[in-house]
Design a protein around this ligand. Structure first.
Ligand SMILES: Cc1cc2nc3c(=O)[nH]c(=O)nc-3n(C[C@H](O)[C@H](O)[C@H](O)COP(=O)(O)OP(=O)(O)OC[C@H]3O[C@@H](n4cnc5c(N)ncnc54)[C@H](O)[C@@H]3O)c2cc1C
Length: 376
């Protein structure tokens, strides 16, 4: 395919992955990014086997492996550290990797021609005219054969071209993420569950520790001192959580209220298409937002390549991606609700259910997600 132009709005995981995938299929691409620099600090990201397969197809899997730790077997514990559920899942489908987000973004960015990325510019208008889409960013108008909305949870592209889309819904909990100094960790990875609270701790390739800490809270809650709040909430949990919290004085802490996007009826509007969080922002409970965004990119480029007809390719993409990503989003939200149980009755019920959960049921629930392979 020659002389096809795509404008991609957003240079997060979804936008950069789409840029790589389309560029590899011969598209001329321009990525428009609002941020003045591509920098995401303070957090790690887990990439499940489906995500790794997508990154391999984008040609960056080996670089990602080089900077990652492989997560071992693991499961869920209670706040005292007692196992509720243990599974070898992480080793059954291929590796699950953990790495620093800025490294992932750097790897993706370096696979996109530097001149294709325009930083510090905000798209604020989109017009559809026949076979073209025109975006306006800071007064500059730019037309293309394809517009990829990869602009995240609060997507401008979605707001302008999907006027009937429902707004994101608050999931009921907020999440702190941080990277702590090196610490002795158990070889089995686990997420620990309390009453409406959760903690995950993972070792990174350079020995530092990535942790997320989750708490039920009204939307928009403010905390005067995040460290004090975390020590107050989690300081008496099992080892090594208190030691980790004692070590974070110099760490940057990110906090985000968690939202999910109600299911869209289509990911395509004329020559505009949504990928990643713009299409299907999901709660992070299954660690699949970045992975499915990478899959979207691979599948979009593959569908567009099938017979060279852009409109047909977009319909194929929509058909292949919507059902899968919306099912994963539903599953993620349901798992989040289960794990965030906070009632005097629901917490023991949840823990008992986790203790009794047959491993094969757990594997079956995750099978379709983890076995994804590109259709072409
Ligand atoms: C707490 C938490 C933990 C998570 N953990 C994991 C995990 O372990 N594994 C995993 O796979 N996923 C995880 N996720 C999900 C993952 O982070 C997201 O799904 C993924 O980053 C989405 O990427 P994206 O490119 O679609 O959107 P974004 O990362 O939101 O990128 C959108 C980009 O668009 C830009 N932009 C927005 N509007 C405009 C505009 N008008 N003009 C120009 N640019 C614009 C933004 O600046 C941004 O750079 C987690 C999410 C959270 C909140």
């Amino acid at each position: 395919m020659v002389d096809r132009n795509a404008v991609i709005v957003g240079a997060g995981i979804g936008g950069l992955a789409a840029a790589i995938a389309l560029h590899r299929r011969g598209w001329n691409i321009t990525v428009l990014e609002r941020a003045p620099a591509l920098r995401e600090v303070g957090a790690g990201i887990s990439l499940w086997p489906n995500a790794i397969r997508a990154l391999d197809l984008l040609g960056v899997g080996d670089q990602v492996r080089e900077f990652s730790t492989v997560e071992g077997a693991g499961g869920f514990r209670d706040a005292h550290g007692r196992w509720l559920f243990r599974s070898p899942l992480r080793t059954g489908y291929g590796d699950t990797l953990m790495l620093r987000r800025p490294i992932l973004l750097d790897i993706l960015r370096s696979a996109v021609p530097a001149e294709a990325i325009v930083l510090d510019t905000t798209v604020n208008e989109v017009e559809r005219t026949g076979d073209q889409v025109t975006v306006t960013h800071d007064g500059v108008r730019r037309s293309a054969d394809l517009l990829v909305g990869a602009d995240g949870l609060r997507s401008t592209v979605r707001a302008l071209l999907w006027p009937h889309a429902k707004p994101p819904v608050y999931a009921g909990y907020t999440t702190w993420r941080l990277i702590a100094p090196p610490l002795e960790l158990d070889s089995e990875v686990s997420e620990s569950w309390g009453q409406g609270e959760r903690v995950g701790i993972f070792r990174l390739a350079d020995g530092a520790v990535y942790s997320y800490l989750v708490a039920n809270a009204p939307p928009g809650s403010e905390y005067a001192d995040d460290r004090a709040e975390l020590r107050h909430r989690f300081g008496r949990w099992h080892d090594p959580i208190p030691a980790m919290l004692d070590s974070i004085n110099g760490s940057e802490i990110l906090r985000h209220d968690i939202y999910r996007l109600p299911a869209l009826r289509s990911y395509v509007a004329g020559r505009a298409v949504l990928v990643g969080d713009a299409a299907h922002a999901m709660t992070p409970d299954l660690g699949q937002g970045g992975g499915t965004a990478s899959e979207d990119a691979v599948e979009l480029a593959a569908a567009l390549n099938e017979d060279g007809n852009v409109d047909h390719g977009l319909q194929v993409y929509d058909r292949r991606r919507r059902r899968r990503t919306q099912a994963i989003a539903r599953q993620s939200a349901a798992f989040g609700t289960f794990a965030q149980a906070s009632g005097r009755l629901t917490v023991p019920l949840r823990n008992t259910a986790a203790r009794l959960l047959p491993e094969r049921l757990f594997l079956r629930a995750n099978h379709a997600t983890l076995t994804w392979r590109s259709t072409s």
